[in-house]
Every structure is written in C-alpha cells, then in structure tokens.
Design a protein around this ligand. Structure first.
Ligand SMILES: Nc1ncnc2c1ncn2[C@@H]1O[C@H](COP(=O)(O)OP(=O)(O)OP(=O)(O)O)[C@@H](O)[C@H]1O
Length: 693
C-alpha cells in the first residue's frame, strides 16, 4: 500500500486520540495532511522596533521588562511593560500564574509575537506568544515564515506542524508516492511548480518575501493547487458526460404531423429562439446517445412550451416523458398547461407531488408503470423510490439550480431498468455567467432562448423607501380600478419560513383594511397545497385583484394580467432571485411595474445592487454585474443545495483561473485520459460520485 494512504496514526507521535482529532479536520490518511494547507503565515523572521508599531499590526518584538504587575481594573490581569530603545508596549494576560509573574522580573529580556491593539495605557499585545531569554544572543529568530494551520479542539499547531513535516519527508524520500497528474509540458506552459514543489512551498515557505503572495493567494504554489482542484471538478462532470454518451438512448424521432399540429394549435407563433432551441433538442433526441442539454432562458422567455414540445417528441415516438418542477405550485401550473396543450392529442398527463396520496397515488403509479400515462408532471416526488416508468424516454427538469448537481446525476439513474437511458433536458431561468456555468454544467450541452415573445415591454422598476408605503397602497387602488392585478411580496430572512409567512399574513390583514374595495388573497409556503392552488387559480381567473405572497411565487408563476409587483425588503435578497420574482410581471403586452420597497437606511452595496436591477431587465447582464459586485462564490453559492464546494480554490480569488479551465480541461481529457480518474479521486474522493454515473 502507498505509504501516504496509511492512517495518520502510523506517524510518530500520533496516538489513537490525536488521530480522532485529526479526523475532525477531515484528515484520515497521511496524504490528507499534505493538502491541509496553512490558513495563514506568521513572519517571525525579523524584529520590529517597538517604536514603529501601530494598532492592527502583527509583529515580532523584543524588549526589556520595565515592570510587571497585577492590575485589579475590571477583570484582574497581569500587565507587563517592555521597552526597547525606540519605545514601550504593554503585554496583557487575563490568565496567568504566580511563576509567570515572577519570571517577568524587571530587566528580563522578552521576545514576543502577537497582534498590536490600542489599550488603556497605549499600545498593547494580549496573550502574545512570548519567550524569556537570558540575553540578546538568546533570541532565535525564525529563518522561515511560520505556517499557521486551521485547528480543532485539542489539536495544537505543534502537533500539526510535526505531522505535516513527517508527511513531507516521506514525499521527499520517495517522490513516486505522490503522483503529479498534471503533465510537465502543461505545468511549464502555465508556469506552475510541480505538485511536490508547491506543497513544500506552502507548508515550509522559505522566503519571507513570499509572504504577501502567500497571504493573498496569488503565489504560484497556491494557484497550482487551486487550478488542479478546479480542473478536477470540470473533469469529473466531463467524464460523467462521456460515460453517459457511451450508453444508449431511445431514438426519439417524433412524428412531424403531431409536432405540426401542436405548433399550429398554440395561441401564439413560436419565437425564432424557441424554434432554434426546439431544433437543437430534436436533433439531439434523434441520436442514439442520451441527450444532456441545458436550456437557459430568461424569465418569461417561454421555456414551458419548449418543454412540452420535447415531451411530445418522446410520446409520439412511443416513450414516456417526466417533467420535474421545483415547487408544487409550479408543478401544478405545468400540469394545467400540459393538460390543455395535449387535450387535442388524447395524451394523458398525470400530476405526482408529495401531496398525491392514497388511491390516487396508487393509480398514478400503476399508470406510469404500465405506460398508460405517457406524461408525468411533478416535484422531486416523481423520482423517489417506488416510482417506476414503463418506457421513460425523456426527463425534463425545470429550474435545475434548485436541485443541484447531485440530484441531477441521481435522476439519470431512473431510466436504468433497462440498458437504455432517457434523454435529459434541464431548464433554467437563472443565467449563470459562462465561466461559472462550465463548473456546474460541463456535463451538459447548452441551448439559450435569447429572445422574449414579441410585444413585451421592459418592466419599469423603482427603488423606494418603506416610509412611502401609503403612496404605494394608493397606487394599488388606482391600478385595480383599471381591472389590472398586482402582487405584494413579503420577504424576510430566507431561513425563517415561519416568520416570512407570519409577515405575509400581517401584511394581508393590513392591506385588507387599507384597501376595502380590493379583492385580496394570501399565499405562502405553510398553506396546504390545495389551499395554495385555490388561491392561485382564483388569482389566475381574476377573482382576486391583489395576491399577497411570500417568495413561493418566485419561479414559474404566470399570470399575464398581473403587471404590478411590490417587493418588500428587496435589500435582503440576491439579485438573481429578485430578477426571478420581478419576472412574474411583464408577461403580457401592457406596461408593468416593480416597486422595490426597502427598509432605510440602505447600505452603499445594497443601493448599488438595487440600482442594477432598476437599470436592467436582462438576466444575463444582472448576473454578470452581480458577479462583479459579490464574487462568484456568492453568485453560485446562494441557496444552492448542490453547489460545488472547494477545499482550496476560492472562486473569487481564483477567478483568473476559470478562463482557462474549459480549454485545458478538454485537452487534458483527450490527451491524458488515464490521469482523469486519479485526479478526480484526489480532490473529490468518495464524497462526489460524478464519475460513477
Ligand atoms: N412565442 C410566444 N409568443 C407569445 N407568448 C408566448 C410565447 N411563448 C410563451 N409565451 C407566453 O409567455 C409566458 C411565459 O412563458 P413561460 O411561462 O413558458 O416562461 P418561462 O420561460 O417558463 O418563464 P419563467 O422562467 O419566468 O417561468 C406564458 O404566458 C406563455 O404562454
């Protein structure tokens, strides 16, 4: 067995208890130590004159004790004043022993390292790392930067440093233990050090001059590791794609006459972009390899009809189609749309959500298993155990980012009863900037619906403080008098759904009181599915004028006559989420408005972010700007259950690396195929199963 794959307990000085503590840091085998990088570095290589210290600096100093005393002010503490030729500083200890007090005898020489702050009597260091030395010759300054590792309880720096040192020594002794999977010419081209050199530098940085680059993450040693990690994520999805492509899929040639009839019976002509994307889908579905395609289309661009067309392709080829939506509300809406569109075709559409129970559920399960139900619409309940399809030919997943990479991969397993895999279509309204898309979606081909249906007017967005609420309420009155409908969205901190619902209830009460002639309904996540459906249908049929809602209406809800939306506390939501919410209006051909009603005072950042939304209606532009403002981690990471997590790479800090990943990833995939799996294993380990799909 490779020595680096042996448990850390096989190293000198690590017993069973210490090994358990290492495990808390995710360190099990010796190799894990090598990738447990310092969180920061301390420069103990030179002394800073005390007179040149300033608050906020972290420094190594040395001086003579002038006095040491226990001061009873507030919490009792030991104060030691030391001085050199240039100035003095106080050292402060809240916990101390009698022997410590004794050791700090006036005249003793002390060296210490710590952070400088302003205290009661000027500059001070609290609990510095210190040493008392006999004379100035006793100072031993470090020759290298000192690595400081992330810790866990009971595990100190010294133990980690010693363990890492042993791991490094093993690699040095036998370079074959740790294979560098990145070929030398590529390293050369990218001007990266070898893996061995990189790890050596990061754990034992020689040059104090390298300190700044190491701290801010621009050092080539760190870049190399971050690059390797990003590359492995790309490659894992990429190899999942190629494995899928080696499977067989049903050929969904479709029936041109049925497709024609479907398009002719729609109440609108398809846009050019819809037609193009439909052709791309049809071309892929005609192939014997499973399609894996992402359809990106801005809010309201008309993705549902594209999904329905794809479902018809499957059904008219003798296969079933499954459509998975992220919320019950949306599943319900798709179900109604699909049922209406397919009513001319005698195609049965069934709805399966968590709420489908008892006999009804049993009947639906049987219809899916026997194949008598060709189209199933539902939530993730569609893909739980116990749901079987007779001939599943196509999976359509709406709003993919809510499900995450893992669920997407799990879903492909559904068609596995036979050796045939279903085609897969993923629909998303969340525009993800290109560089990030390839980390999330490198297993998918991408189609973009980059055109809105004709006649859409841009939504006029205003940013107003909540103390102008009365004006807003008056505006609703006038709006409703014109036979138009509106949304009032209550947002709160997202984790607290209960609070959000409560706020919506209170707001609905307040508005009912203030707007006596207006028909108001409430919809929130804690209502039963049937209640939500009743409210939603009443709103659709214009029996309701104003819908007070939580963010449950964020995705998909489509009521073209509703052209006014008030969003409370917009400063608390991400820009993409706000854009999605706002996308509930502007779906008809009349003017529409969105009022972002913030709680003053607004921070500078929030002001800029809301300004972006006010100035643009284009989801891609908004996502790019959000990326600039908040960094990729936030943009990708918000609310994503399956967002990719990195050990070393930091998407904000390493954004420069992303440009190259796809191109190099493709080369790597083709030129060094044998290295793909081990590289993915190194970084993704057993926790991610991309490559096993
Ligand atoms: N080509 C078209 N011409 C006119 N109206 C269209 C066209 N395609 C779709 N629509 C209508 O536009 C509205 C939005 O379509 P749909 O709900 O499919 O959008 P979407 O892309 O799913 O949006 P979201 O991401 O916001 O859910 C619907 O009312 C739909 O009937």
């Amino acid at each position: 067995m490779n020595r680096l794959q042996q448990p850390v307990a096989t190293l000198a000085g690590i017993g069973a208890q210490t090994a358990r503590r290492f495990e808390k840091l995710g360190i099990r085998v010796i190799q894990d130590l090598l990738f447990h990088l310092p969180a920061r570095y301390e420069d103990r290589t030179r002394l800073t004159p005390i007179g040149s210290l300033a608050a906020g600096m972290t420094a190594m100093i040395a001086g003579k004790v002038e006095f040491a005393d226990v001061l009873p002010r507030g919490r009792k503490s030991l104060i030691v004043r030391i001085a050199d030729d240039t100035g003095f500083i106080s050292l402060k200890f809240f916990h101390y022993s009698a022997s410590q007090l004794h050791a700090f005898a006036p005249g003793a020489l002390v060296s210490c390292y710590g952070e400088v702050r302003y205290g009661y009597a000027g500059l001070e260091m609290t609990h510095p790392d210190y040493r008392i030395v006999a004379d100035t010759d006793g100072f031993s300054l470090e020759t290298r930067l000192t690595p400081v590792y992330p810790l866990t309880e009971g595990l100190g720096q010294t133990v980690i440093r010693k363990a890492v040192k042993q791991a490094l020594a093993l690699c040095e002794y036998d370079a074959r233990l740790l294979t560098d999977w990145i070929p030398e010419p590529l390293l050369h081209e990218l001007r990266f050090p070898t893996l061995q050199e990189a790890l050596q530098t990061l754990h034992t940085p020689g040059e104090p001059a390298a300190s700044a680059a190491l701290q801010n993450g621009s050092h080539p040693a760190l870049k190399r590791l971050a690059f390797e990690e990003l590359l492995s994520h790309y490659l894992s999805l990429r190899s999942a794609k190629s494995k899928i492509q080696s499977c067989r899929a049903p050929v969904l040639a479709g029936d041109p006459a049925a497709a024609d009839r479907f398009v002719r019976r729609l109440p609108f002509p398809l846009t050019g972009a819809q037609r193009r994307v439909i052709t791309e889908i049809a071309d892929s579905c005609r192939k014997i390899q499973p399609m894996m395609r992402l359809v990106q289309g801005d809010v309201g661009s008309g993705k549902t009809v594209v999904a329905a067309y794809a479902a018809l392709l499957a059904v008219s080829s003798g296969y079933q189609a499954a459509v998975m939506a992220p919320t019950e509300l949306l599943a319900e809406q798709h179900y109604r749309n699909f049922s209406a569109w397919f009513s001319h075709f005698d195609i049965q559409v069934v709805l399966l959500t968590g709420q489908t129970k008892g006999r009804q559920r049993q009947e639906i399960l049987e219809a899916l298993k026997s194949g008598t139900a060709p189209i199933a619409v539902g939530t993730h309940a569609l893909f739980q155990d116990g749901v079987e399809f007779d001939r599943l030919g196509l999976c359509i997943i709406d709003e993919q980012h809510r499900f995450g990479v893992h669920q997407r991969l799990a879903l492909r397993e559904k068609g596995r009863q036979s050796s045939i895999r279903p085609h897969q279509l993923v629909m998303t309204a969340t525009p993800i900037p290109r560089t990030l898309a390839m980390l999330q979606y490198s297993d998918l081909d991408i189609s973009v619906i980059d055109e809105l249906p004709p006649g859409r007017k841009p939504i006029v967005t205003s940013v107003i403080p909540a103390d102008r609420r009365h004006e807003v309420i008056a505006r609703i009155n006038g709006w409703v008098a014109q036979k138009k409908q509106a949304y009032w969205v209550c947002t709160l901190i997202e984790e607290s759904e209960a609070l959000q619902c409560e706020a919506a209830e209170k707001t609905a009460e307040m508005l009912t009181e203030a707007l006596s002639g207006v028909r108001i309904a409430l919809i929130h996540g804690r209502m039963k599915a049937a209640e939500k459906d009743v409210a939603m249908q009443a709103f659709k049929q214009h029996q309701i004028d104003l819908l007070v809602a939580t963010t449950v209406i964020e995705v998909g809800v489509d009521v073209p006559n509703a052209g006014l939306m008030i969003i409370e506390n917009p400063e608390r939501l991400g820009l993409s989420q706000l854009h999605q919410l706002r996308g509930r209006v502007g779906r008809g051909d009349s003017d529409s408005y969105c009022l972002l009603m913030y709680q003053p005072p607004l921070s500078e950042m929030a002001r800029r972010r809301l300004g972006i939304l006010r100035d643009s209606n284009d989801g891609f532009v908004i996502a790019e700007k959000d990326l600039e403002l908040r960094g990729p981690g936030e943009v990708l990471g918000t609310r994503q259950t399956g967002a990719v997590h990195f050990k070393i790479a930091d998407l904000a800090r390493d954004a420069d690396l992303l440009d190259n990943i796809q191109q190099i990833g493709e080369r790597f995939f083709n030129e060094v195929p044998d290295a793909v799996q081990p590289l993915c294993d190194r970084w993704l380990g057993a926790s991610i199963h991309y490559a096993e799909v």
